[in-house]
Design a protein around this ligand. Sequence first.
Ligand SMILES: [Zn+2]
Length: 120
Amino acid sequence: MAMIPCRECGETISDGAPTCPKCGIPSPGGQARLEIKRASRLMGALVPLNVWVDSNDMGTISPGNSISLTVAPGVHRIECQLLQGHNKGGAEEFHVPAGKHLTVNVSTSKWNGAPIFSAE
Ligand SMILES: [Zn+2]
């Protein structure tokens, strides 16, 4: 975690702080955007990929599509699983800095369906 100034009072705070300990405003580092993009495939792979962010169900994404959400700055856990058969799920944590837009690309293993994450 990085230390950043509060956007209201300038107090040095953690970029993951939900509220400023000095002035009390929410998201003192400013909001951040998180985009989760699913890789497109040349063949098949029409199985929906379900996505969870910090254990909240975000629904499914089809190949080549993405979902985007506003998050508090800080570390967020992204979990993905293909909704068919015995595909393996997987999760990884990403740090989303205050005021930034982080894109995380997700592809799936052709061997066991396990998600492979990479931040742009
Ligand atoms: Zn403040």
